[in-house]
Design a protein around this ligand. Sequence first.
Ligand SMILES: NC(=O)c1ccc[n+]([C@@H]2O[C@H](COP(=O)([O-])OP(=O)(O)OC[C@H]3O[C@@H](n4cnc5c(N)ncnc54)[C@H](OP(=O)(O)O)[C@@H]3O)[C@@H](O)[C@H]2O)c1
Length: 181
Amino acid sequence: MSTPALIAGLSVLGVVVVVLLLPILIACLIRFKNHFFTWGRYTLDEDLSGKLAVVTGATAGLGLEISRELARRGAHLVWGARNMNKAGKLKEAFEVEYPGCQIDILKLDLTSLSSAGKFAADVAAKFESAGVDLLFCNAGMGTKDETARTDDGYEIHFGVNYLAHFVIIDRLMKTLLKSST
Ligand SMILES: NC(=O)c1ccc[n+]([C@@H]2O[C@H](COP(=O)([O-])OP(=O)(O)OC[C@H]3O[C@@H](n4cnc5c(N)ncnc54)[C@H](OP(=O)(O)O)[C@@H]3O)[C@@H](O)[C@H]2O)c1
């Protein structure tokens, strides 16, 4: 075989090896990284039996997924929900999915600071002795309507996503501090 033909043959072989082996090598490196390093990944699997977790906005999206994980680990859930019917149906589904799970649903409409205050007062009254271990201020909304306001006259995002949750945190602070978590 002539030298140019040999070089051409080796080049083709090289390309084939790179094309076939490179993805395998990359896949191995990713597996190695995921196995030995956990950057940015949640890895705890703590048992939450006996812990009380309050979640706002548990009826959809992230709050629903947070609630699933909490229920899976045995936490007692307290949901703050504006739609009691929707929350009730989800509670029934949770009781099938996580047998023995404990869920309390309390009315909460974050467009009203008095509703936020009442929700916090109800949680504190009902779970005073147990104490709240975890509080997920998750509920929130987004709208392009710049004129939208809460019942108290605040810009809707500020009122719902921040101010109402601030009221809840403020009123539950004592109960939260009682927790050993
Ligand atoms: N998803 C994202 O990419 C993303 C990115 C950045 C930040 N966030 C924030 O993460 C949080 C959850 O987002 P998501 O995508 O899971 O939202 P989502 O699917 O729209 O769910 C929002 C939850 O909040 C509840 N909620 C909305 N307004 C309420 C009110 N006035 N009073 C009481 N409850 C109310 C909803 O109740 P109903 O079921 O009754 O509607 C629902 O349970 C929000 O605060 C959002 O701003 C999300």
